[in-house]
Design a protein around this ligand. Structure first.
Ligand SMILES: [Zn+2]
Length: 296
């Protein structure tokens, strides 16, 4: 009895201290989390001479060689200006090539900062759209291809492959066979659902293009947003697209409207993925629109 009374007396001040400690943590949370949050611009070494650079929510890779540097998506004028300065700290070599993953301007503006030294590379269909967009910070690619192109520079081999239509009609993947590394933008999100209502996309060809990527020889998958993955993430995302397609097809067969389909389709296998709650209904809407058009 005495023990328990004594115990509860000791407990009260401890509880107060604990509450004060929690309040202290809450008060500190603002500045502490601001200090700990990641910077806007960051470079991470992925392998010998292969680097990931990130600007806010966008990222791309660059490769340094003894005969020049190969940059992929410049992202934006601010990002590209920062990147140019960072590359100078790593090597005296100029940027020889800038490779556009696809034509979407949230990934490829700003390349003009490299225009004095680099040649710009993209898919032939990307060139047409970049010409139309006429953004002065986005040089039009002069080196284009439709299926496949190799760049050999300073002993490094870089394969550019168009695996078919998917998130756009002009996406290419950058394969570094010596590092078994693949850079692919916006069409193979890692543990993340697809972007919104699949704008610009070709869903059936997208699934086929993922199967082609699954046949390439690589281990590390670098996306244009989010965490770096492994080859198995390609198959996981392909199954997501197949499951999404099948679920929406079923809704169409039942005569559901797009609003009903957005409410009804749940893919619990993927609920741990990024953006699931936010973008799954939009993915459903995009797939619904595509399947109902292709039925006509
Ligand atoms: Zn895109």
């Amino acid at each position: 009895m005495r023990r328990s009374i004594g115990g509860s007396h000791r407990f009260v001040p401890r509880l107060i201290l604990w509450v004060l400690a929690v309040i202290g943590l809450v008060i500190q949370a603002g500045p502490v989390s601001a200090q700990q949050s990641r910077p806007d611009d960051e470079i991470t070494k992925l392998a010998d001479d292969v680097y990931l650079y990130r600007h806010q929510f966008h990222q791309a890779i660059f490769i340094t060689t003894s005969h020049g540097v190969i940059v992929t998506d410049p992202i934006s004028p601010e990002a590209a200006t920062w990147l140019k300065g960072e590359i100078k700290k790593l090597t005296d070599q100029p940027v020889r090539y800038v490779i556009y993953s696809h034509h979407h301007n949230d990934h490829i503006t700003g390349g003009s900062v490299f225009a004095d030294q680099a040649r710009f590379v993209g898919h032939a269909a990307a060139r047409e759209k970049i010409l139309q967009a006429a953004d002065p910070t986005t040089p039009v690619p002069e080196l284009t291809f439709t299926d496949r192109m190799s760049i050999n520079l300073g002993g490094k081999q870089i394969e550019l492959i168009h695996v078919g239509k998917n998130h756009s009609d002009n996406s290419l993947v950058v394969l570094l066979p010596q590092h078994k590394l693949l850079f692919a933008v916006d069409f193979i999100p890692v543990d993340t659902v697809a972007y919104r209502a699949l704008p610009d996309a070709f869903p059936d060809e997208w699934i086929e293009s993922l199967k082609r990527v699954e046949r390439l020889d690589f281990e590390v998958l670098v996306p244009g947003h989010g965490k770096v993955g492994r080859k198995e993430h390609v198959g996981l995302f392909r199954r997501y697209m197949e499951d999404l397609r099948a679920a929406v097809q079923e809704q169409l067969q039942k005569g559901a409207t797009v609003e009903e389909a957005k409410k009804n389709v749940r893919l619990p296998k993927y609920e741990q993925w990024q953006r699931y709650a936010e973008w799954l209904p939009e993915n459903v809407e995009g797939m619904y629109r595509y399947l109902s058009q292709s039925r006509q």
